[in-house]
Design a protein around this ligand. Structure first.
Ligand SMILES: *Cc1c(COP(=O)(O)O)cnc(C)c1O
Length: 216
């Protein structure tokens, strides 16, 4: 499946009007497809699986900014630590500690986002709002505690539903959290199905896959 260049340029224009960053989600897609989008000017790419990222990264240009957007196990951080640009889905203090450790080891501050569970669907991943509040107040998540890693913002995924109001409400919830704890930071929210609402609700980084690369 070829990439959709008109869709790419249209989404890019929308991002520009919101001063948001487009992360092209290339999981399961070929190195050729990624290179085609790279040649069109794209530099930020997102992957979900460590093994897949490790296979693709050496085959592609070195100035690609690789975003790790999937669930990350602590024991795999060291594999992507030398080159990863931003880790989006930090969902435990343990993982943040490990990222900080690897940041120190490689002497490069790894930027990361805390994943907040805002959707209605049950999932194991992401902090819930109360848990986050507790950790924040106990200074378990304070930037000073993780000197080597850089807490740069928040990330979330809205419910899979056609209910626009519900999706907007969830994005608003995350925006409020982000403004409260890390104002001016990165707010990664919005995917192919809902990025326009996410931008309207204050997202400054969207993660779009299927609209660019076709369905998986
Ligand atoms: C796959 C994925 C995306 C992109 O999803 P599309 O619907 O293809 O745009 C965005 N964020 C995360 C965390 C993903 O896993």
């Amino acid at each position: 499946m070829a990439i959709d260049l008109p869709a790419y340029h249209a989404i890019l224009a929308v991002c520009k009007s919101y001063q948001a960053t487009l992360v092209a989600v290339s999981k399961t897609k070929s190195v050729e497809d990624i290179r085609a989008l790279y040649n069109a000017g794209q530099r930020d790419f997102g992957e979900n699986y460590v093994q897949e990222l490790l296979e693709k990264q050496p085959l592609l240009p070195a100035d690609i900014r690789w975003h790790f957007i999937g669930h990350l196990q602590s024991n795999k951080v060291k594999q992507i630590a030398p080159f990863v640009h931003l880790i989006h889905a930090v969902d435990s203090v343990k993982l943040l500690q490990e990222i900080s450790k690897q940041s120190a080891k490689y002497n490069r501050p790894i930027h990361c986002l805390l994943q907040v569970h805002i959707a209605q669907e049950e999932t194991k991943f992401g902090f819930d709002e109360e848990g986050l509040q507790d950790l924040w107040q106990q200074k378990q998540l304070s930037p000073e505690k993780f000197a080597a890693a850089v807490l740069a913002g928040f990330m979330g995924m809205a419910s899979f539903t056609d209910d626009t109001q519900q999706v907007r409400k969830e994005f608003q919830q995350l925006k409020t959290i982000a403004d409260q704890w890390l104002p001016g930071g990165i707010l990664s929210m919005g995917m192919s199905a809902d990025y326009q609402w996410a931008l309207e609700e204050g997202s400054n980084m969207i993660r779009v896959g299927s609209l660019l690369f076709g369905t998986r």
